[in-house]
Design a protein around this ligand. Sequence first.
Ligand code: HPA
Length: 278
Amino acid sequence: MQEILDRIENAYSFIEEKTGGLRIGRGIILGSGFSEWSNQLKHLYNIPYSDIPGFPTTSVAGHDGNLIIAEVNGIPLIIMQGRFHYYEGHSMPTLSIPVRVFKKLGVNTLILTNASGSINKHYLPGDLMIIRDHINLVQNNPLIGRNTQAYGTRFPDASEVYDRDLHDKALRVANELGLTAHSGVYVFTSGPAFETPAEIRMMRVIGADAVGMSTVPEAITACHASIDVLGLSLIANLGSGMADHALTHEDVMRTMDKVAPKLHFFLEKLMDLTSETS
Ligand code: HPA
């Protein structure tokens, strides 16, 4: 635990010094297929993860590894271009590091993005899901271990992990843009194997709408730290057994590439929305 706290401190001090103590109110973690968006912004700083002492590093195709501080509508935004996953072998507490560093830098609103597979039969590839709630099927949690009160309470309430107001506004913006968007429940699995058809059927029974291998560790850490979270999931494929072909990572990336322009437009609009509250 001390090791994790030291890593958070080291990463924070490094970034704080590099940015001259800039306070940053908003953050976004860009998952598979969302990363490109940040390339069109005005960057103030662009720091490879490998330069940041204490920060984890990533290895997945389709995931870059840069911490970007950009200016959007005249307000700083901190961006993770690429994220860390449980299936890469990171421990759950390691996955808490970036969000806690964000918190120390001043982040109070965090957008989490990902690609997922549909479970709900009405959700089709290319649709957006605004995350209303989640189910953690990985019986592990980033908050396990000695609690550090400075980051939050021992037993955090999880009745509203995803801020209702941000959720409602995001859904409204998506509808205004003519995107097909749903309000749904995201189920987190460890991966890296995709699900079996039986698992998808079980997930449907327990109330999940889409499945993925990320986001939940970050959302729990943010909830603990009283950060408002907006979760966005892009349905990249039908869940295992729902289509007549096998599932590959390339399929996921192909859908993401196809919908990238409309996703970018949506993120731009969302920035206007969160500018009002920062
Ligand atoms: N399952 C799990 N994770 C995913 C999927 C999926 O079908 N698609 C994209 N990420």
